[in-house]
Design a protein around this ligand. Structure first.
Ligand code: F6R
Length: 602
């Protein structure tokens, strides 16, 4: 969703801002803009197009030698995605410029008040109101920071924002409430961004602003509540590199290494368990947990479902998953003996964050399973498991989901080993987990065959994804991935539910992807395939079992893993299937229409 960049230092600000905006493109946006101060005047450039359009528009104007500026990529909330509504917004006199992420909930009321005072609003946005309000507060003797603080007193809602004042060109003012904002500390220069992706090429030293914080940033000095930390990511992690044409495929192929990173130092052979220091629970506390509930949205919810199956199987504790977006609205009964796990790649998903806050208000015990260090959900939870998947740029989540499921396997193992899971069974899971990265690499080495299957079925208008028990969340995730990147309509069903309705839809133009792990349900799954075939439905089997050669129309084979862990392997061909269907259909794979990487608004 929206992205923010800011710069103050000695360099020409415009190219720095443009480069920063380019690295935030992956989040999804519909317009872009920037403002710099040149010869004491604000120069604002905006476009309803891409960052490249902004660059084209600036051509010839880039050598302004402005050393301070702010930029934005906008995902429309208030008002259409056109040039007038693009950020930065300014006050009438062109003194104050502001970029803003989040939503001002009382925007209508603020806009009406301003109009009543004779202010002429030019855009339909909530942000513009704030620019006028800050300008009104910035009277003589009042610092910009104080003016921003005073204006924000009237604001209800969420924001991450950066403010520029042409009368104070030695400082930017930043403020955060619910929308991420990070400072990058350079040598005599400072960077601001909503995402470290825009900072890592300049500096590894960053400060994550806290909610409620307002701060003044100067080229060589800043004051914040939080201390600087060093980011792990390298600039190259955010780049495509020469081997890939898009991030989704790159990230699919990064999975063996990403999972290895998540497992590193966390598997304990000696005691046949997992070590997850970040969850801060001792064995007695782990034993007192009576239920585990996973909360996340979209793919993170499906990963939570995989986690729930693992916890029930390995720890024999009742467990389930629920979309965080539903949980937060339904006045949930919060049980103090339940361990809630908030699952999120970005750590910024508004619905998941709200669910965590609701849980904390009701005294619930919540830990995070989060990929982005320093993100709001990670900090709100205070304890949990970092996923260590590395930056995920493609909108469609792949490696983060694999690391979520791998982390939940470790959580389930840990919970199991303080209960009735024997050391031998624990050892089996530890070895199974250790084997997974190489097994995923093996699946990836069959990409050409999987791509061939994808091309054969790419013209289908609808597809079913069928799985049962352990493979059911995988089927849901497979359908989600196909929908997202290829726009082919896909539905997931439990194999057992087919005959209760959906079988009516089976015909020769409705291919079904049937997941057949080599577990105790193989015979049942074979009979599911036969039922579909009997009605003329084409079947793509994804399996580690020895299925009869001519049972399915296409068979994708995966290595055999420990049965509880097999969902992690079954998922990988489905990612490749979705990817190659989308590629065949010529889709914009990394930026599917209407979707954003992190959904920071409701
Ligand atoms: C699917 C996808 C989304 C996200 C969901 C939650 O490929 O990426 O469904 O999984 O928006 O995002 P996070 O994990 O960042 O909370």
């Amino acid at each position: 969703m929206c992205g923010i960049v800011g710069y103050i230092g000695r360099r020409d600000a415009t190219p720095v801002l443009l480069e920063g905006l380019r690295s935030l493109e992956y989040r999804g946006y519909d317009s872009a803009g920037l403002a710099v101060v040149h010869r004491n005047r604000l120069q604002v450039t905006r476009t309803a197009g891409r960052v490249q359009d902004l660059r084209d528009r600036l051509d010839g104007k880039t050598a302004t030698k402005a050393t301070i500026g702010i930029g934005h990529t906008r995902w429309a909330t208030h008002g259409e995605p056109n040039e007038t509504n693009a950020h930065p917004h300014t006050d009438t006199a062109g003194r104050i410029a502001i970029v803003h992420n989040g939503i001002i909930e009382n925007a209508e009321q603020l806009r009406d008040q301003l109009t009543g005072q004779g202010v002429k609003l030019v855009s339909d946005t909530d942000t513009e109101a704030l620019a006028h309000m800050i300008a009104a507060e910035a009277t003589e003797g009042v610092t910009l920071e104080d003016a921003v603080r005073r204006a924000l007193r009237h604001v209800e809602g969420t924001y991450g924002l950066v403010v520029l004042d042409i009368f104070q060109t030695n400082e930017l003012v930043v403020a955060r409430n619910g929308s991420p904002l990070v400072l990058g500390i350079g040598d005599g220069e400072m960077f601001v961004a909503s995402d470290v992706a825009a900072l890592v090429r300049h500096t590894k030293q960053v400060v994550y602003l806290q909610d409620g914080e307002v701060a003044t940033v100067r080229a060589a000095d800043y004051r914040t509540v939080s201390r600087p930390t060093t980011v792990e990511a390298e600039a190259g992690d955010f780049e495509l590199g020469p081997s890939y044409q898009d991030f989704m495929r790159k990230e699919i192929h990064e999975q063996p290494e990403a999972l290895r990173r998540a497992l590193r130092g966390r598997l304990d052979e000696r005691f046949a368990t997992a070590r997850l220091g970040g969850i801060n629970l001792d064995p007695r506390q782990l034993r007192s947990i009576r239920q585990v509930k996973f909360l996340g949205c979209g793919s993170a919810y499906y990963a939570g479902q995989m986690g729930a199956v693992l916890v029930e199987e390995l720890a024999r504790i009742p467990s389930d998953a629920e979309p965080a977006s539903e949980f937060r609205y339904r006045n949930p009964v919060v049980d103090p003996d339940t361990l809630y796990v908030a699952v999120s790649q970005s750590g910024e998903t508004a619905d998941t964050l709200m669910a965590v806050q609701e849980l904390k208000r009701k005294g619930g015990q919540v830990i995070g399973a989060v990929n982005v260090v320093g993100s709001a959900i990670g900090r709100e939870c205070g304890s949990g498991v970092f996923l260590h998947a590395g930056p995920e740029i493609a909108v469609a989540s792949t490696k983060a989901l694999t690391n979520m499921a791998g982390s939940f396997a470790m959580l389930a193992l840990l919970l199991g080993r303080v209960r009735d899971l024997s050391a031998a069974a624990g050892q089996r899971i530890v070895s199974g987990l250790r084997a997974l990265p190489d097994q995923i690499a093996q699946v990836l080495s069959d990409e050409d065959d999987i791509a061939e299957v994808a091309r054969r079925f790419a013209d289908a208008e609808h597809m079913f994804f069928i799985g049962r028990v352990r493979a059911w969340p995988v089927a849901r995730e497979g359908a989600q991935k196909l929908k997202e990147v290829s726009y082919v309509h896909a539905e997931a069903y439990q194999a057992s539910e087919l005959k209760h309705g959906p079988l009516a839809l089976i015909n020769c133009s409705m291919p079904s992807v049937v997941l057949v792990p080599a577990d105790e349900l193989v015979a049942k799954n074979i009979s599911t395939i036969e039922q579909i075939k009997a009605r003329g439905g084409p079947v793509i089997a994804v399996t580690s079992a020895d299925l009869p050669a001519d049972l399915a129309d296409a068979t994708i084979r995966i290595p055999r893993a420990e049965p509880e862990l097999e969902p992690l392997l079954l998922n990988v061909p489905l990612q490749l299937l979705a990817y190659h269907v989308a590629a065949k259909l010529g889709r914009d794979i990394d930026k599917p229409r209407n979707l954003a990487k992190s959904v920071t608004v409701e």
